[in-house]
Design a binder for this molecule. Structure first.
Ligand code: BV8
Ligand code: ZN
Length: 253
């Protein structure tokens, strides 16, 4: 594992240049510089302040639907006010420049799309979409429904409407996971950005790629289990390092 020297950046640019099929997995760290909270930071992460069992599980929703609803709507407001940062823009640019680039995100925000990424696999769903927790019917909501203290009722069956995110213990969207899995098995370079690599099955994807011979580049100010596995760990903020990587890629091709 090499870290954030000029030579590590240049080695990463060189791997990117040689690669033909790249998969990138992002986590909440890529949105941190946009002001969106991460999850596991001990001071200001969401799970340091809120209990995931009460807020991000079926059991939590059944026990207190109003609390869960208001918490997600509060987070949605924050996401809507946030702007993409240079890390998001650099990833959008990589999608345009590189031959086959599959962007897989654990993030429920839409900042990748808003910075120009066209094909994003949202493994953990999207906070600005809604469906019925009972029958699965998709719902568009009016702002008054979003602001209500309890979840709206389904127009098809009367069940509670919920945000279309994946809670703990729920399966990931099957088709998207399949696509991400296949792309990871076939890629020749795996880029990990801003994730603690603790949530499965997402964290399995880079390891799967590595088992099939692809090197991992990890961008994260902290050392994670994935940085320890990575061929190159670029220790720093994605909003600073991704644009530098892009610049090097442009210079040396
Ligand atoms: C499933 C909801 C099966 C949406 C989220 C024991 C062992 C192994 C696995 C398990 C286990 N017990 C249970 C499991 C499975 C469980 C799991 O993995 N648990 C872990 C935590 C132990 N997984 C599941 O339950 C999944 N489902 O397995 O289903 C199944 C199959 C069939 C039928 C039924 C069931 C579902 C997982 C989905 C969980 N949903 N949230 C929401 O509210 O948003 S998890 C949550 O964590 C977020 O969604 C997020 O996407 C995900 C990952 O977190 P990160 O993004 O990595 O965030 P984190 O704070 O951890 O890290 C941020 C990183 O950024 C840090 O490293 C930091 O240093 C870095 N950073 C900070 N600033 C920057 C930066 N990096 C770069 N630049 C910066 N500027
Ligand atoms: Zn319904």
């Amino acid at each position: 594992m090499s870290t954030n020297t000029a030579s590590a950046l240049s080695a990463a640019a060189s791997l990117l240049r040689q690669a033909r099929r790249i998969v990138c997995l992002t986590g909440s760290g890529v949105s941190a510089e946009s002001g969106v909270a991460t999850f596991r930071n001990v001071e200001n992460g969401l799970w340091a302040r809120f209990d995931p069992q009460r807020l991000a599980t079926q059991e939590g929703f059944a026990a207190n639907p109003g609390l869960v609803w208001q918490w997600y709507m509060h987070r949605l407001d924050a996401v809507e006010q946030a702007q993409p940062n240079p890390g998001h823009s650099a990833l959008a640019e990589l999608e345009h420049r590189l031959p086959v680039f599959t962007l897989v995100t654990q993030n429920v925000d839409d900042l990748h799309e808003r910075s120009g990424s066209r094909h994003v696999l949202h493994l953990h769903g999207r906070i600005n979409r809604f469906h019925c927790n009972v029958c699965g019917f998709d719902h568009d909501l009016r702002s008054s429904e979003r602001r209500a203290t309890a979840p709206p009722r389904c127009i098809a069956c009367g069940g509670a409407v919920r945000p279309s995110v994946v809670w703990f213990g729920e399966p990931l969207p099957h088709r998207l996971l399949d696509k991400a899995w296949q792309a990871s098995e076939r890629c020749d370079l795996f880029l990990v950005v801003g994730t603690s690599g603790l949530v499965y099955p997402a964290a399995q994807l880079p390891l799967l790629a590595q088992q099939h011979g692809a090197p991992i580049i990890d961008i994260n100010p902290e050392v994670t289990p994935l940085s320890e596995q990575a061929e190159i760990h670029l220790a720093g903020r994605s909003g600073a390092l991704l644009p530098r990587l892009l610049e090097l890629l442009g210079k040396e091709t």
